[in-house]
Ligand binder design. Structure first.
Ligand SMILES: [Ca+2]
Length: 292
């Protein structure tokens, strides 16, 4: 990953306060508080299609192990799977999640509307490159992604929200099922070796019809890198130092092409002040948190 740092100032806090007081803005949920939730909505601010993930339990994490010590063979610091232990059930209230990753064009609308001062690091002269309007925005820090989410009256997904949307109600190992199938997503050498327009890999789709959860850009979640309840793996990196990315990406470098990183429960922790060429995001909206 390419990584560098950006500074954040009081401007972010200003929009955060605005966002937290203005969570009321998605259409299509259909009237009163007791009305059934629509399966699909279009959010009013960024006009993105969002898919309902119904309330209920799902399977999070895994009990897989790495008996061959593959992580030593590939030279990674972190043992495989241990930070994803144990497999456990999580009950979430209903929420909506963007069907697609946030695109360059959508991020441009955010910049135009807010005057936010920092543009993604791969843009030129304040604009994304020609022909890339529907590619996922990348090179954005965690706080920039969060600021976009607040502007759109949404939130960044928790790890649990992201993982449920990817695995579905039956705990799929991959968004599309339990068997890895090459070419399903824009992943490493199987794909475009670059970001692709969102949704352009029709096989990279989850039970809930959410796209690009295996590949294209990795995605920020709002969560710190912490152990799951009942986890016994003692990692000094746990705590409020790193934010968790979910999914893998087009990037072919490093170890991310290995099977262990393709599972829908895989976690990648990174410095939230960095920005990365293969990291973007999508947002969630929680109907019960709407203001009346
Ligand atoms: Ca993705």
């Amino acid at each position: 990953m390419m990584n560098s740092l950006k500074s954040q100032g009081s401007w972010l806090r200003a929009i955060a306060i605005f966002g937290l007081t203005g969570l009321a803005s998605c259409s299509g949920t259909g009237g009163g508080a007791d009305a059934p939730l629509a399966p699909v909505i279009v959010s009013e601010v960024d006009r993105k299609e969002m898919v309902l993930i119904p309330a209920g339990e799902f399977v999070m994490g895994t009990n897989k192990t790495d008996p061959e010590n593959m992580h030593q063979k590939i030279g990674t610091v972190k043992p495989l799977y241990l930070d994803q232990h144990p497999e456990h059930k999580v009950n979430l209230e209903a929420y909506y999640i963007d069907r697609y990753e946030v695109t360059n064009r959508e991020y441009q609308a955010f910049l135009d509307d807010t005057g936010y001062p920092d543009v993604p690091g791969n843009w030129e002269n304040g604009m994304f490159l020609p022909g890339r309007e529907n590619h996922p925005v990348t090179h954005v820090t965690w706080q920039e992604a969060l600021t976009y989410a607040l502007w759109a009256h949404k939130r960044l997904p928790s790890e649990a929200q992201w993982e449920k949307a990817a695995r579905g109600p039956n705990g799929n190992l991959y968004p599309w099922g339990n068997e890895y199938q090459k070419g399903k997503g824009n992943i490493a050498i199987e794909g475009a070796r670059d970001t692709a327009p969102v949704g352009s890999y029709p096989g990279d789709v989850s039970f809930y019809q959410v796209y690009d959860m295996a590949g294209n850009a990795m995605e920020w979640t709002r969560d710190w890198y912490r152990p799951y309840p009942g986890n016994t793996y003692n990692d000094s990196r746990f705590g409020e130092k790193f934010r968790v990315l979910r999914g893998t990406s087009y990037q072919k470098a490093g170890h991310y092409f290995l099977d262990a990183y393709q599972f829908a429960f895989a976690r990648t922790e990174v410095d939230p002040e960095g920005y990365y060429e293969n990291v973007g995001f999508r947002c969630v909206f929680i109907p019960s948190q709407r203001h009346s």
